[in-house]
Ligand binder design. Structure first.
Ligand SMILES: [Zn+2]
Length: 89
């Protein structure tokens, strides 16, 4: 049985391995690259579409009580862009 998580963007469930984990680190969003940081985390498909939906719905702020500024959204977007590129290659 695979561990299944729900994407905060599209709300579809996905394999833990296919989602990135985002945590609240001292009040700010941070990508949990090891997916093992203790505490609350939000899961997101590695997809700019899902990120867009999550940002629009302020999903991270609500789920994690973290601040979300432009810099962090950009960081997330870059991270996802890299991941998408890697998948395509
Ligand atoms: Zn999604």
């Amino acid at each position: 049985m695979y561990p299944v998580r729900t994407c905060v963007g599209c709300r579809q469930r996905g394999d833990r391995a296919d989602l990135i984990r985002i945590i609240n680190s001292q009040g700010f969003l941070k990508i949990d690259t090891q997916k093992s940081h203790p505490g609350r985390g939000s899961w997101l498909h590695s997809s700019s579409k899902c990120l867009g939906i999550a940002v629009e719905r302020s999903a991270f702020g609500r789920a994690l009580k973290a601040k979300m500024d432009h810099e962090q959204i950009e960081e997330l977007a870059n991270f996802i862009e890299q991941a998408e590129k890697m998948l395509k290659n």
